[in-house]
Design a protein around this ligand. Structure first.
Ligand code: CAA
Length: 380
């Protein structure tokens, strides 16, 4: 028999995150959405509360949690506001390539100060002409003696404006495709690194997303992760974990939309009855609850494979597209259940629907994630 009940330790993590979310995020989520501002104070508090750097090993200053335990925290934070939760959680993606490809010395040098200070970093892969086809990136890395010179432009980089450092992917030779890509750690203060356009987004408005411009940026050899040409693999490994996190974001958003809809459907009276008692809406609520539960299970499943040291690329991809499609569907139904009110900014579900859309796009569009999962199926 599979026991899905949570241990006392897991319940403790969930409770800590829920209480933090209710106290520090829920009351201000709509305000941050409206003003599209950086939740720096909330990040500081999350760090002090022990809710950051969840999966980074303890020896490098993280909490050393497994992916399933981390998802218990992420779901609670995300149910309050996925954008603020995303800023709190960005280090797991940004530092993933260091954990995947860095030496022990590099992990200590880059991760311990970051994790201890409560600062945040960024993952720099995407470019204007290299989004889904990440392997075709053009940012160049030229070896000159004991250092590389980086030139290029990254876009859609989460937390770009506030990062202490960036894990930047650059190519020695675009003709080599994925085999030419190297991963580097580049500090914010590196000469020639600047922030370009800050995106004005439909949803997840507290999530800072901007361009990173690299003009003759000098990076010492010792800040390259792994060997030349291994960078793409480190990016993909970081995205495996990232996609489980995004699946969990989908769960958190969908759960918030379902809970708001259930409460509304119990109290909104039309034709003399609570609207949730009409079969048309009652069946919608039943479908929403089933979708939230199944999305959570598929995310936990992918996370548990990672926690047991198994390859989980396919399961992470399927959890990502499934759970975020659930988030989109459930939030659209939530707006429908709320009727005209749901379409106004007075009700949370309007924000949730806008926020959900991005989860189907970032960390690989859901079409790319279906390609990853489908490709793995055909390879057996
Ligand atoms: N783990 C380890 N290795 C992997 C891997 C994984 N998950 N996925 C691929 N690889 C390896 C392959 O085995 C292959 O190695 P070999 O050649 O030695 O066999 C190599 O990487 C190249 O793989 P592919 O041939 O599959 O590469 P591809 O060019 O066909 O691309 C892709 C595959 C899945 C489409 C990839 O380009 C991709 O994931 N695209 C989407 C990019 C993405 O998710 N971007 C999001 C950026 S972050 C973000 O959204 C914003 C943010 O900040 C939150």
């Amino acid at each position: 028999m599979i026991d899905l009940s949570l241990s006392e330790e897991q319940k403790g993590l969930q409770k800590l995150a829920k209480e933090f979310a209710q106290k520090e995020i829920t009351p201000v989520a709509l305000q941050y959405d409206k003003e599209s501002t950086f939740p720096g104070d909330i990040i500081k508090k999350a760090h002090a509360a022990g809710l950051m750097n969840l999966t980074c090993p303890k020896e490098y200053g993280g909490l050393g949690l497994g992916l399933v335990n981390a998802s218990l925290i992420t779901e609670e934070l995300t149910a309050a506001c996925v954008a603020i939760a995303g800023m709190i959680g960005i280090n797991s993606l940004a530092c993933g390539p260091i954990l995947a490809g860095g030496s022990d010395e590099q992990k200590r040098r880059f991760l311990i100060p970051l994790n201890q200070s409560g600062k945040t970093a960024s993952f720099g892969l995407t470019e204007r002409e290299a989004g889904s086809d990440a392997g075709s990136l053009k940012t160049g890395a030229k070896l000159e003696g004991d250092h590389y010179v980086l030139n290029g432009q990254k876009c859609f980089i989460t937390n770009a404006s506030y990062a202490a450092f960036y894990t930047i992917f650059a190519t020695l030779d675009p003709a080599k495709g994925t085999k030419g890509i190297c991963a580097f750690v580049v500090p914010r203060e590196a000469q020639g690194l600047s922030i370009g356009k800050i995106e004005d987004k439909m949803g997840q408005r507290a999530l800072n997303v901007a361009e990173v411009i690299l003009e003759n940026v000098i990076v010492p050899r010792e800040d390259r992760l792994g060997n030349e040409g291994e960078g793409f693999k480190f990016a993909m490994e970081a995205l495996d974990e990232g996609r489980v996190n995004i699946a969990t974001c989908g769960v958190g958003i969908a759960r918030a939309a379902f809970e708001a809809s259930l409460a509304y459907a119990k109290t909104r009276i039309q034709f003399g009855k609570a609207i949730g008692t009409f079969q048309a809406l009652n069946f919608m609520l039943a479908d929403m609850a089933a979708a939230v539960d199944s999305a959570r299970l598929i995310a936990w499943y992918a996370g548990s494979l990672a926690d047991h040291g198994k390859r989980y690329t396919r399961e992470a991809a399927q959890a990502k597209f499934y759970a975020t499609d659930v988030a989109m569907r459930v939030t659209m139904d939530a707006v429908q259940i709320h009727g005209g009110y749901g379409y106004t900014k007075d009700y949370l579900v309007e924000k949730l629907m806008r926020d959900a859309k991005l989860t189907q796009i970032y960390e690989g569009t859901n079409q790319i994630n279906r390609m990853v999962a489908g490709g793995a199926l055909m390879r057996g």
